[in-house]
Design a protein. Structure first.
Lengths: 116, 114
């Protein structure tokens, strides 16, 4: 079974531009979460999608948005890029997002975004 | 607020020795805990997990200990190898209104000295 796939692997953008990152979850997984990781920081939760609906959101400005498609693939978008948005953006999938079942997350390798 | 924190940001260990990575969590309602390993250039990968009704769980060369009294989680790696060099994250899961909320710690970098 293929793992979580993120594209592209690397991106270089300039301030003010916008960017779209893509994530394909493990087959059968319906929940997709996005995290931002910067040097010296932990994993900062952006949002989680399940059944094409955003189920939870972290403390990020509205410039960060996402969506999920019917096949569970997800995209996140960052508009009006700032230098501080330079980070590794990680996508993670799990079967479900709630209920009594505790599930581990399966991460992709991430998209390294550099804003110049 | 809720938080999961690590006591040591960097840990250097001699090859062959045992490693202990610690994690403190603040939410007593958390019922599921996971350790992840992140190698350079990769996303975090699952190592071992433990439910709140347990206090110890063993895997291959790894053991997780949970002390709910003091809200402390630790990861023990036996006979540490160069391939264990990575950043380790603890994560706590809590059922919040039917949603499994995940909170990650800040991470500990493990450096194995050959």
């Amino acid at each position: 079974k293929a793992g979580v796939t993120q594209t592209p692997r690397y991106l270089i953008k300039t301030r003010g531009q916008q960017v779209t990152l893509s994530c394909s979850p493990i087959s059968g997984h319906r929940s997709v979460s996005w995290y931002q990781q910067t040097p010296g920081q932990g994993l900062q939760f952006l949002f989680e999608y399940f059944s094409e609906t955003q189920r939870n959101k972290g403390n990020f400005p509205g410039r960060f948005s996402g969506r999920q498609f019917s096949n569970s693939r997800s995209e996140m978008n960052v508009s009006t890029l700032e230098l501080g948005d330079s980070a590794l953006y990680l996508c993670a999938s799990r079967l479900n997002f709630g209920g009594a079942t505790n599930e581990k997350l399966f991460f992709g390798s991430g998209t390294q975004l550099s804003v110049l | 607020g809720e938080s999961v924190g690590l006591h040591l940001p960097t840990l250097s260990v001699q090859e062959g020795d045992n490693s202990i990575i610690n994690c403190a969590y603040s939410n007593s309602a958390s019922d599921y805990f996971i350790w992840y390993k992140q190698e350079s250039g990769k996303g975090p990968q699952f190592i071992i997990d433990i439910r709140s009704n347990m206090d110890k769980r063993q895997g291959q060369r790894v053991t997780v200990l949970l002390n709910k009294t003091v809200k402390h989680l630790s990861l023990q790696i036996a006979a540490t190898q160069p391939g264990d060099s990575a950043v380790y994250f603890c994560a706590e899961n809590m059922n919040s209104g039917g949603y499994q909320k995940v909170t990650f710690g800040t991470g500990t970098k493990l450096q194995v000295i050959p």
